[in-house]
Design a protein around this ligand. Structure first.
Ligand code: ADP
Length: 758
């Protein structure tokens, strides 16, 4: 091993606090700092936008300038340096491309970010002395051409020989797809058959992200579940074929949150501070929030909030469908957000004064008060690459109610009534009734079993969503690309010239990151009284809302169902390490399998949630849901049609898992199978018999209106956004995990395009 530190160039179109339009900005603003703390040298490269505040531009130091060839052009590129918290930022300066009012949305975005990618690649020759780039880490389509340029134009140069490339997908719905005239005019690659072939996505278009997926040494996305989902036609936006082919280098690494900015113990924006040890402040926060929003100030009403873009991606179809049931069932609901569903939310706020509130605005301070003052946080997303809001909610002791998709599945452990484990309430299918059931599972617990509720809150608050965990996983990934570089952690002094003596825990090379505390939290005592109602009819009647819950169904049936789900879950989880072992490497799942038993347990909640209901039902559901314009209608159809097949699929999975699992898989399977059944199964079971009659309700005016509006706007906006590629030949590549290509779910794509800012 050499003494050299891991030296990483991290390229992103956004980085907080300089420029941020979404999660990418958060990641690029926080992860590099965490990587430095984990022992890496990091340079972040960002365009020098005209919008960057003068408090930063005034402090920038000009370190280099050179020209970048782009087709027939020769473009100026300046490098401006700023060092903050041990991270060096190099701003790529070209006023013609970047001195504008907003980062994206211009006619020449294809050219602007081709320039950025080429400039990043060229800059590796102009880095500060002593910095020799080991890993070029690119993010999203804006930087996707850098690995392509690097291999096609710079490969022969000794400096570039050692550079390994990592490409991270933060949102696969945005790929940078442009007319293929760009190949010659801007990229200067029309004469390179290999590049032209790998960039082309149809006879007239090229696709930047597709290029990165083919040319990068490693590919990551922002949660393990999303890493699996994007290999399916439902979520892959036409790139699932390539991702399946390259699944051996694909891994999912969860994002973190800024635990200093989101800390109920110190948050200056909330009514009263509180912590897991002393929760009294949270009650005060709730009362203050109810008063502020014009809701009845009552602690016996669970208060559920949403802080979100009001879009289809965020599950607003399900929300508008189920709100009557939820509000009339005694649950207060408050929504903060803007987007396509503003009118339906105003409608419900008017219809249920004192019980429902809608704030149609973007208000960071109010969002803090809502996270702090609520009992539950609703996030029923259609798809969710990672999601930050549910992690923030848990940090504030607000229990999330989420659909088991993407990062939601990986961060929220479903409540287990038998062990008290869990950090929230989850449901599998994109179905308004299932969502309603999950909400009432939470509400019933709130009403009926305070001890179990409080334990769940403690579990949620103990979860570790800091960047430390993610940074360690990225370090392991880099180490796999450069095994000769020692990544033993130094003492947490970021700018020490030499790594300090490692601690006992840190001494192990490539030590896995600390697992989320959520999963390691002491299991709560078994709470018999916390039994889920077999029927939520009672919960729906406001007058009866506070009455004791009916007795749960006998445990045997749910136990069977859940066991099936879990076994399949473990199968799904266990599949990944095997698939990735060639990449050498330490994908999340592999690491889990390698850990001692106690640590392996840490992955349980996520694994238990990665149920086959998702591999089967979710797949079918997503397809069905998204191929119809009206989600509420689809919901009804799905509910009746899908349940039996789900049940049989999970049973089949139960049988086959143990025999198929490789050693690593078997370990994972065991951990998952050891867990008792969850209450979710009970409720889901009861749902299947109830949902059909509710199909008619799905056609209610607000939901319908909003949905069609969303669909219309999706279609309209889709043209303005970087288009998703059409399905290409690569779809026929390797069969896992979706061996039967489903019809392309066009409306999902449209919804995704509409809902993103980029
Ligand atoms: P997204 O897909 O929008 O990035 P995330 O859950 O990853 O969803 O992050 C959303 C972030 O934006 C969270 O920090 C959330 O609190 C914040 N947010 C969303 N809508 C609003 C709003 N209307 N006002 C204040 N903050 C908001």
């Amino acid at each position: 091993m050499s003494d050299k530190k891991m030296q990483v160039v991290f390229a992103s179109a956004e980085a907080a606090p300089f420029v941020k339009t979404g999660g990418l900005g958060d990641v690029a603003g926080s992860l590099p700092r965490a990587l430095v703390a984990a022992g890496a040298d990091v340079i972040v490269m960002v365009p020098k936008y005209g919008t960057i505040a003068s408090e930063y531009t005034d402090r920038m130091e000009h370190v280099a300038d050179f020209y970048v060839s782009l087709g027939w052009r020769n473009e100026y590129c300046g490098l401006e340096r700023l060092v903050i918290d041990g991270v060096t930022y190099l701003f790529i300066d070209n006023e013609r491309y970047f001195k504008r009012d907003y980062p994206y949305g211009f006619f020449d975005d294809g050219e602007r970010f081709a320039f950025f990618s080429k400039a990043v690649t060229e800059s590796l020759q102009h880095l500060p002395e002593g910095f020799q780039c080991d890993v070029l880490h690119c993010n999203d389509w804006h930087t996707a051409l850098a690995p392509v340029f690097l291999r096609e134009f710079y490969q022969g140069l000794p400096l570039y020989e050692r550079v390994k490339t990592v490409f991270s997908i933060h949102n696969i719905a945005f790929q940078g797809q442009y007319a293929d005239t760009i190949l010659n005019d801007i990229l200067g690659m029309a004469h390179i058959p290999n590049a032209a072939r790998q960039l082309r996505c149809d006879e007239r278009s090229i696709n930047y992200m597709q290029g990165a997926l083919d040319y990068s040494d490693a590919i990551t996305t922002v949660s393990p579940s999303y890493a699996w989902e994007i290999q399916t036609p439902e979520y892959g936006e036409g790139l699932d074929g390539i991702l399946r082919r390259r699944s051996n280098v694909l891994s999912g690494i969860l994002n973190g949150i800024d635990t200093d900015a989101w800390n109920p113990a110190t948050d200056p924006m909330i009514h009263a501070n509180y912590s897991a040890a002393d929760m009294s402040g949270k009650k005060a926060c709730k009362a203050a929030l109810q008063e502020e929003l014009g809701l009845e100030v009552r602690d016996d009403r669970p208060l559920m909030v949403m802080v979100t873009r009001l879009t289809r991606q965020k599950g607003m179809d399900l929300v508008t469908y189920a709100l009557d049931r939820i509000l009339s069932g005694g649950v207060q609901v408050a929504v903060l957000g803007t987007g396509d569903y503003e009118e339906p939310m105003r409608y419900f706020a008017n219809k249920y004064p004192g019980t429902c509130a809608a704030r149609i605005t973007f208000d960071n301070a109010l969002s803090h008060r809502m996270y702090a003052g609520a009992d539950m946080f609703l996030m029923p997303s259609l798809f969710e690459p990672c999601g930050l809001s549910q992690m923030i909610a848990m940090r504030y002791g607000t229990l999330p109610v989420v659909r088991e998709t993407g990062g939601l599945r990986d961060t929220v452990a479903p409540y287990n009534q038998f062990t008290g484990e869990g950090t929230g309430f989850t449901f599998a299918n994109f179905n308004g009734d299932e969502m309603g059931d999950a909400v009432f599972r939470g509400a019933r617990l709130y009403w009926d079993d305070h001890a179990a509720w409080d334990q769940l809150v403690q579990n949620a608050m103990a979860a570790d969503f800091s960047w430390v965990r993610s940074a360690d996983e990225y370090m392991n990934l880099y180490h796999n690309l450069h095994p000769e570089i020692d990544i033993t952690k130094p003492e947490p002094v970021v700018q020490e010239p030499e790594p300090a003596e490692p601690t006992a825990v840190e001494a192990e090379p490539a030590a896995p990151a600390p697992e989320p505390a959520v999963t390691e939290a002491e299991p709560a005592p078994k709470t018999e009284q916390a039994a889920e109602p077999a029927d939520d009819a009672k919960a729906e009647a406001p007058a009866k809302a506070e009455e004791p819950a009916p007795k749960a169904e006998p445990a045997t049936e749910p136990a069977k169902k859940t066991a099936a789900k879990k076994t399949t879950a473990s199968k799904t989880a266990a599949k990944k390490p095997a698939a990735r072992k060639t990449a050498a490497t330490k994908s999340t799942a592999t690491k889990a399998a390698e850990k001692p038993a106690a640590k392996a347990t840490a992955t349980k909640p996520a694994a238990s949630k990665a149920a086959a209901t998702k591999t089967t039902a979710a797949k079918a559901t997503a397809t069905k849901t998204t191929t119809k314009a009206t989600a509420t209608k689809t919901t009804a159809a799905k509910t009746t049609a899908k349940k039996p097949s789900t049940a049989s699929a999970t049973k089949t999975a139960t049988k086959s898992t143990t025999t198929k699992a490789a050693p690593a898989k078997a370990a994972a399977a065991k951990t998952a199978a050891d867990k008792p059944a969850t209450a979710a199964a009970t409720a889901q079971k009861s749902t299947s018999t109830k949902t059909a009659p509710k199909a008619a309700a799905a056609k209610t005016a607000p939901a319908k209106a909003s949905t069609s509006k969303a669909a219309t706007s999706s279609a309209a906006k889709a043209t303005a956004k970087p288009a998703a590629p059409k399905a290409t030949a690569q779809d026929s590549s390797a069969a896992t995990p979706a061996d039967k290509p489903a019809p392309k779910a066009k409306s999902v794509s449209a919804a995704k395009r509409t809902t993103r800012k980029r």
